[in-house]
Design a protein around this ligand. Structure first.
Ligand SMILES: Nc1nc2c(ncn2[C@@H]2O[C@H](COP(=O)(O)OP(=O)(O)OP(=O)(O)O)[C@@H](O)[C@H]2O)c(=O)[nH]1
Ligand SMILES: [Mg+2]
Length: 291
């Protein structure tokens, strides 16, 4: 049974179960909590929810309790006292709106040629389905969509050619964008802007303007920056924080436009933690968009 340490609204709490460290307001996949005891109206329940459903972590008001919102129902963690029978817990910030679980998300990989869009797509997919290789010329020539399941979310991963290339004819760009939009037709979608840590090019300086021009002025709100070549940073003895701290002002502005959401990938390493970090941000973006 899970016991929770800090109980203040918005506090980070530690759930002993599986050493799970979860932040209030974050999302989690039911499948990531295989042995979690859930109680609803004081009765232990195994929620009959479709596989891959997401939970939203809430911190309950009384000390010693916590709640998870799953499929529209509040479940209490490790507490069978039934004290919430009369007054089920609801997140004060979201009380007027019922939250719905996100089960499918479209991830659109965007960025300049050679930054590692296809390689990152393969890391997310856990298999090499997109062509990725060193080349002086663009490798990916058209949009391609592949599917996977990650952190309980069904993902449509869409790889794209470099639509920010100034030399690309606008008719060709329009064709790619149209195809891309067809692929992510059903909401929600998240843009993953791929950049690499070893180079920040002139063409990337105004990448947000280009992104907004193509996908709309609010595109940044649905964008996560994915930095590739984490191995280069590691070799230099640096971490993501060091990199962000010392990065160019223009790159800082891009990050700010994207709500400072960024992740670091090392595509030559099959490390699922980097994908989990990305998924955490993807889930937040989609949930924020929905509420
Ligand atoms: N060392 C290192 N190399 C990487 C990483 N990510 C991508 N690469 C390499 O960078 C090169 C380009 O990667 P791609 O995935 O083809 O880049 P892309 O953005 O899809 O390029 P286009 O399809 O031309 O737009 C490949 O040789 C990758 O192996 C990384 O994290 N570390
Ligand atoms: Mg590619």
């Amino acid at each position: 049974m899970a016991k929770l340490a800090a109980m203040e609204q918005g506090a980070v709490f530690r759930c002993q179960l599986d050493q799970l460290l979860t932040q209030a307001g974050s999302s989690l996949a039911l499948s990531s909590l295989p042995a979690l005891s859930l109680y609803h109206s004081g009765r232990e329940m195994t929620p009959h929810l479709p596989e891959g459903i997401l939970g939203h972590v809430l911190v309950g008001p009384p000390p010693g309790d916590a709640a998870i919102l799953l499929g529209g129902f509040n479940f209490h963690v490790g507490n069978n006292s039934g004290k919430h029978k009369e007054k089920p817990y609801s997140d004060p910030k979201k009380s007027s709106k019922k939250r719905h679980a996100v089960t499918t998300v479209n991830l659109v990989l965007l960025g300049m040629s050679g930054t590692g869009k296809s390689a990152s797509g393969n890391t997310i997919l856990g298999q090499k389905l997109f062509v990725s290789r060193p080349s002086s010329k663009p490798v990916t020539k058209k949009c391609q969509m592949e599917e996977t399941e990650r952190e309980g979310v069904h993902l449509h991963v869409i790889d794209t050619p470099d639509i920010f290339d100034d030399d690309m004819k606008s008719s060709v760009r329009d064709k790619h964008v149209k195809r891309c939009e067809q692929l992510y037709e059903s909401e929600p979608f998240v843009f993953v802007l791929v950049m690499h840590v070893s180079r920040f090019t002139d063409g990337e300086r105004d990448i947000m303007e280009k992104l907004e021009k193509v996908f709309g002025r609010e595109a940044g709100e649905q964008t996560i920056i994915l930095f590739t070549r984490g191995d280069d940073l590691q070799q230099a003895g640096l971490g993501l924080e060091d990199f962000l701290h010392t990065c160019q002002p223009d790159l800082k502005k891009i990050l700010e436009k994207c709500g400072n959401r960024c992740v670091l990938f090392e595509n030559h390493r099959s490390d699922s933690a980097q994908v989990e970090t990305l998924m955490d941000k993807v889930i937040r973006v989609t949930e924020e968009k929905q509420t």
